[in-house]
Design a protein around this ligand. Sequence first.
Ligand SMILES: [Fe+2]
Ligand SMILES: [Fe+2]
Length: 273
Amino acid sequence: MNLLDQLRGTTSAGERPVALYRSPDHSVYWVGSQEDTPFRCNAYLIVSGDVRILFDPGSKMHHFEQVKARVATVVPPESVTHIVLHHQDPDLCDSIPDWLAVATNATLVCTPRCRVLLPYYGFSHDVPWLDVSPNDNTVLELPNGKCLAFVTSPFLHFPEACVTFDETSGFLLSSDIGAAIENEWRLVVEDWDAHWKTMVPFHVFYMASNRALRGFIDKIQPFPIKAILPQHGSIIPEAHVHSAWAQLRELPCGIDLLYPASNLEAAMKQLNR
Ligand SMILES: [Fe+2]
Ligand SMILES: [Fe+2]
């Protein structure tokens, strides 16, 4: 059962995890951090039988203890079986060594170009890995017969970033795509127009280009998405998913906004008429 409607108006999660979806064999939790910054980070946990998947767990100093404490109220942290790293940034990866010390058998899930970089956070490359293929055919089969599908999101914003679609809940764990920088955080978006204004600066600065955004949106839109769960900012419920894709599709960002035609170029064009 999708619980997002019941969570409208949530502005503080206290020290508890928040169940976002719950069924007898599959649950999705927000296990992120209370932070006094608009750049606050969301981590998520999926518990599907004996498969326990942690997504984008955060940094060592700012997130690890909080996230671990929230996970511990749901399952023993050492029982985490997979840690999904959607890209290589420290705000989601810096705690990997701490998590590997706790969940000693966990498999790290990321793209190959991300895998090259992650050991530099301070752990041996000799750990279990699941490579997310750029062919977009990597899945993790779950005990309930459904799967997690891993889909690459090139240059959004890492060259080989990825996202996860949870077939059971219909949730898209989108990492930095759909993220927002909010002064007043809410767990779930309520006022779409106001929220969009907090998404624009993030995407303009971090996403590579409108071409990259459009390509990804065209690839992901056919999925039956019931909510977008970003790594920063509020969760976008189904009612606003269409608006999110439609408006991101039209947003110039990244290199679209660099090096506009200079005055000299404009002048040359005039001369060559
Ligand atoms: Fe990032
Ligand atoms: Fe991020």
